[in-house]
Structure formats: C-alpha cells, structure tokens
Design a protein around this ligand. Sequence first.
Ligand SMILES: C[S@@+](CC[C@H](N)C(=O)[O-])C[C@H]1O[C@@H](n2cnc3c(N)ncnc32)[C@H](O)[C@@H]1O
Length: 476
Amino acid sequence: MTTPDRGPRRPGGARDRRGGGSRPPRGGRPLVDPARQAAYEAVAAVQRDEAYANLVLPRILRELRLQGRDAAFATELTYGTLRTSGTLDAIIAVAADRAVSRIDPPARDALRLGAYQLLRTRVPPHAAVASTVDLVRAVTGPAVTGFANAVLRRIGVRSWDEWITEVAPDRGADPLGYLSVAYAHPPWIVRAFAEALGEPETGDLAETEALLAADNTPAPVHLCARPGRVGRDALAAEVGGEPGRYSPFAVYLPGGAPGDLPAVADGRAHVQDEGSQLVALALVEAPLDGPDRRWLDLCAGPGGKAALLGALAAERGAQVTAVEVAPHRAALVEQAVRGLPVTVEVADGREIDATGFDRVLVDAPCSGLGALRRRPEARWRRQPADLPPLTRLQRELLSAALRAVRPGGLVAYVTCSPHVVETRVTVGETVRRAPFPVEQVEARLAGVAESGPAVQLWPHRHGTDAMYLALLRRAD
Ligand SMILES: C[S@@+](CC[C@H](N)C(=O)[O-])C[C@H]1O[C@@H](n2cnc3c(N)ncnc32)[C@H](O)[C@@H]1O
C-alpha cells in the first residue's frame, strides 16, 4: 500500500501535481461529480502543497464553474474534512487496521472525504461509499478500490458519536484528551485554550468545549462599512446582510462571494472580522491628552486595520504610516488604503527610526489560534515549536512601538490568538523590560461588556475571532 507521494491523478484524467483545473475525460462521463472533485482537489492541494483552503478552493470552484448548491457542498466537504482530519484519521486507522501514514496520500485524502460524508453529513451512506470508491479509482487506479470499499463500509456501521467513544480517551479520566478527539483539535491547542479561559485542565472544561464547538462552526463573513463612505445600515440593506452586534461598522453577510459585491469592489467596504474592527476602533477612541495627528500601524499587511484606521483618520484630520516587512503584503496594503490618508512603507517594524507618534497599533504576527474557524487546516499545521520565534518577534515589535510612540501616547498590542504566551506574557515581559515607565490602561471595545487592562474576545461568547487587545500608555 505504501508508495511515495507521486501526486494524484486528476479524477478521470492524467496524474497532475498542480491540484487545479480538472477537466472531464474527453468524450466521456466524469468519474466523479464536480463538487466532490473540487473538494478532493482542494484537500489534496492543502496536504500536498501546504496550500491554504480559503485561497485554493475559490480558484478550483471558478475553474470547475461551480456555483450555488454545488459550490456550497464542495465548500462544506473541503472545510469539514480539513477541520476534522485528525479525528477522521484516528477512525480510518481503526477501520483500515493500519496507520494512516501507511496509506497512499491520494487514497488517504479520498478516504477522509468519504469518512466525513458518512459521519458528519446527511449524504446517504450508499452515495458516500460509491462516490468515494469512484474517486479512489479515478485518483489511484483500480487496485485500491476494494480496500477503500471495505474501509468505508466499516466506518459506516457506527455514528460519529459511537466512533468518538471508540477512539477517544475516557472523558472522566482524561477530559482534555477526550475533547481533543471529539472536537478535532490537537491536545496542545485544547490545553492552551483551557489555560486562556482560566479552566483547569482537569475540570469540566465547559467553556473550552463551547470554544472548540465554535471553531467547528462555519463563520459568517463580516464586512466593515468604511466610515465616511457608507453607513452600516445602508450597507446591510444593500448586501442583504445584518448589522453587527458590536462594531458600528460591522455587517454580517448571509453567504456568497464578498469580492463580487459592488460595495467591496468600489472601496466603500472591506471584509474584516468584527473583532478586528473593534480593536482598531478601541485604539482610536481611547482618551489621549495632547496632539492626535500621527498614527502608526507597525504590522499592516494585508491592510484591513490600516484601511479602517485610514478612514477614521480622514474624519479626524490624522495621518497614518503603515509599515509592512513583506513587499507583496505591502502591495496589498497600498490597494486597501487607496484614497485614504495612509503612507505605506516596506520596512522591518523593529528597525523604524521615526518617533513621536500619538497612537500606534502593533497587530503582531501570531499563531492565529483565534481564527481557527476561518482557517480549516491551521490547527493541524501549527506546532508548539512555532511559538518561541513568534513571541520573540512580538516582544521586539512591541518594544519598537514603545520607542516610536511619544511620551503620553498610546500603543495597542493586538493578536488573533488567545494563547497566553502571545498575549499576557508578551505584554508583561515587554513592559517589565521597557527602558521607561509604561502603564497598561483600560481597554474598552464598543458595545462589549468586558473591559480592563486587556480584553479577550471569543468566538463562542462574542461571535468574533479570538482577538486580544492590551492598551499601553508610555508615561510622560
Ligand atoms: C497579523 S498580520 C497583520 C494584519 C493587518 N494588521 C490587517 O489587519 O490586515 C501581521 C503582519 O505583520 C507582518 N510582519 C511580520 N514581521 C514584521 C516585521 N518585523 N515588521 C513589520 N511587519 C512584520 C506580517 O508580514 C503580517 O503581514
């Protein structure tokens, strides 16, 4: 069974390493339906090429001209399979009586899609098995179809809950291990969430469980109605969306491709999680003595917060400097802030010379553990070893921000991760080592009840990504 990853065949066609642009065989019927083909190609590209599902899938859907229900089904299969792949693998390993690492990648990816359909969707079992066997035949050839058929039939005799009882540790003895399997998150992430929520690992972990469930629930797209360009209610009416719960600029979109909306195309609105809107607004609204004209965004790419800061700056007579180290991401910032009082600089934020800024945003590079609901593969790709270099960079960027802000000025430190080493620990250590006095001041987010020296948003409590904000004031 085990052979090197030779790259899958296109379903119904030749072997292809690119993972996109499939066509049915000339003159013949496609071997698999286009929605499953799209899902397979996206899952394979994520595994094989380390692609990102949110980037690769829209391209595949366009190439296969999938829309409406077919596109929605392909999206559900792709996102659901990637999210749950750790647990699906545990189930497949029992049903196949071998480690998943010993199954050829194309067959493994197809089996994951089949197992997901059997256990997590309403697809009738016979259709899930037959279509997956067809897919296996198309991507690996006929030799493996008997194996795939037998594995899927074994999987189909139990429900998801019954499989969890079979493959997860006992909940009473190892609650964290149980949640990790039942909600398909690596144990180290479950542990980090429990710690950030203040729940002891051996407790009942009720909030941690709610958070893990929220991570597995598809998140609506949030739009930001740019201040001065369109009102939130007018935008909601225009796009058939709903005004957001907290941010005065947020609109929740019921579905569809936001890039196709005229309001996004013409720069009146942009796609941005409501939590991101709230933290940018919190920096701008925090009380400040003295001048308030020069704002700095030290980690600006791809430019969502720079665009909101720019729109607010235009209303308040301020100017924004947006710094981004990666040139291609700086180009995205340029696009995002067109027509706004924002100057973009390609530079390492740790080395900027300019000083005297009144307000500074450090939206630090982080593990992204707060946005797992939007990035289905991220939980399995991230590793604990990613944290030490990230936290070093976070401290250096925050130190640079404290040097760049004027005495009396404000710095907002933001992450889209709730991991305490990226939040509390980074802030605490950096403040402790600062060469001048720095105080943490009250952080308030529009409409959000919680406030304090730092605020942590949560998908299961607020419906936003798990954004963290600490607000710091450099003493006069
Ligand atoms: C969390 S993202 C920022 C998101 C952005 N503020 C937005 O709202 O669209 C972090 C960004 O910091 C950039 N970055 C990483 N290291 C940097 C450095 N040393 N100086 C400046 N930017 C850096 C990354 O390339 C990435 O674009």
